[in-house]
Design a protein around this ligand. Structure first.
Ligand code: ADP
Length: 439
């Protein structure tokens, strides 16, 4: 182009020179130069008009033929048009492939704009949430799904990467929703229909709950007979020892079925949990006595530091189960003569229950798995202590149900600390003037 531009200037100059010579010969130099300039301007206007007509006709037509700078301009614009046409064709192809792929996906995808409004969705999301175009463009997710769990999830109050809620249009459907941030302040919503998975999970829970319930009566009858026979068999040492063993095992089985039933009830979503204000100090006083009995000859040093002024709003059965499991574990996994601290206090962050021991400790790689059902670090030891392997799973679920969190710190050979943090909203002070933070 710069070449064409210089050529054009030179051409204008040389033709002007020729016109000036002709003007000199004719003795009308000014008139001839004026005519020459007007003719050159006319040529420019003529080419501008051709360009305008060509651009208006559309990109499909070939450019007008011209020489010099104008020819270069027409061809340059034409080349740019061709290139952008190819690029937009490629983009359209890519977009339709993206649409086809996302349309074939069984999971719903929603793209949220920077402000949180819905920008785009695929056909699965449309079917799951009954979205309508264009009414729902710009709509916010909380307006579509008005469920307390979802609101808590969106507000970042849940400690989970996703949330499970019933579909707003069909409560029979269970949706798993996950919001993933991407790009610059944008978010992607993934929706999955997990109704069948939930149903089979529910069946498993019901099966465990039912079988535990069904086993309870025969076990109670057997235990009763064993207790009676134990009394009658005092004279026969061998029989007495066998019956003692049977009593111990039937006690373990009863303990196991009770734990399974408790875990099943904790796993089932209960919308109407009855919360009471619990005198934790009193609960821990009787637990201290029980722990002393279980410790027995092991003679652990039990140190309870309890703020009697701090009460907690919660389910008494669940809280008792949390406290008992953690304290009894400390007794069972701490060698004789060891120390166990039990602390209960509150501050601005909430109420805290802590059990620290100088016991066997747990290797770091076991810690994330401790709250799984039947996960034991040392199976033989756990069986010997009569553990069901369900204790920490119950603690975890009971803590979730009470909106709290369980934290585990441990070092092999040095001991462990289990901390339960309850939110401040559940804390009740016996003496209101002694609230945390109030001096
Ligand atoms: P169990 O009935 O076997 O005690 P839990 O679910 O209560 O089952 O605990 C799981 C495992 O965690 C136990 O088998 C034990 O290995 C380990 N554990 C629990 N509490 C402690 C503790 N205070 N010190 C050391 N290990 C512990």
């Amino acid at each position: 182009m710069p070449n064409a531009w210089i050529k054009e200037l030179l051409q204008f100059f040389w033709l002007g020179l020729v016109a000036a010579v002709i003007g000199l010969l004719l003795g009308e130099i000014t008139l001839v130069l004026l005519i020459y300039t007007l003719a050159y301007l006319g040529w420019y206007f003529y080419n501008l008009q051709r360009m305008e007509i060509w651009l208006q006709k559309g990109k499909k037509y070939a450019p007008p033929q011209s020489t010099g700078l104008w020819g270069e301009l027409f061809n340059g614009i034409y080349r740019l048009q061709q290139r952008s046409r190819k690029r937009s064709k490629r983009l359209v192809k890519l977009l339709s492939r993206f649409r086809e792929t996302t349309g074939a996906m069984p999971d719903g995808i929603i793209i949220l704009q920077t402000g949180g409004g819905i920008e785009w969705w695929n056909s699965a999301a449309q079917a799951l949430l009954h979205l309508q175009y264009p009414q729902d463009v710009g709509q916010r997710m909380n307006n579509l799904i008005r469920h307390p769990q979802f609101t808590a999830y969106v507000n970042g109050e849940l400690d989970t990467p996703d949330v499970m809620v019933p579909s707003p249009k069909n409560p029979q459907l269970r949706l798993n929703i996950r919001i993933i941030p991407y790009g610059k302040d944008q978010e992607l919503v993934l929706l999955r229909d997990v109704t069948i998975m939930e149903q089979s999970d529910q069946m498993r829970r019901d099966f465990v709950a039912n079988i535990s319930h069904e086993l309870r009566t025969p076990l109670t009858v057997l235990s009763g007979y064993i207790e009676n026979l134990l009394e009658l068999s005092k004279d026969d040492e061998q029989l007495h020892r066998a019956l003692q063993n049977m009593a111990q095992q039937s006690h373990r089985m009863r303990h196991l079925t009770e734990d399974l039933m408790l875990l099943s009830s904790l796993e089932n979503e209960r919308s109407s949990i009855k919360r009471e204000v619990i005198n934790v100090g009193q609960m821990l006083a009787s637990l201290r006595e029980e722990a002393g009995i279980v410790s027995g000859d092991m003679k652990h040093n039990l140190i309870f530091k309890v703020d009697e002024n701090v009460y907690l709003r919660g389910d008494p059965k669940e809280l008792e189960s949390i406290f008992t499991n953690l304290v009894m574990n400390a007794v069972n996994y701490t060698p004789p003569g060891g120390t166990i601290w039990v602390r209960w206090h509150a501050d601005a962050a909430g109420a805290h229950f802590e059990v620290q021991d100088t016991g066997v400790g747990i290797a770091a790689h076991h810690i994330p798995r401790l709250t799984e059902r039947f996960y034991r670090v040392d199976v033989a030891r756990s069986r010997a202590t009569g553990g069901s392997g369900l204790g920490l799973a119950i603690v975890k679920h009971a803590m979730q149900s009470n909106h709290g969190q369980l934290k585990i710190k441990s070092e092999t050979g040095r001991g462990s600390t289990f901390t339960c943090d309850f939110p401040p909203t559940l804390v009740v002070y016996k003496d209101a003037s002694k609230q945390a933070g109030v001096v």
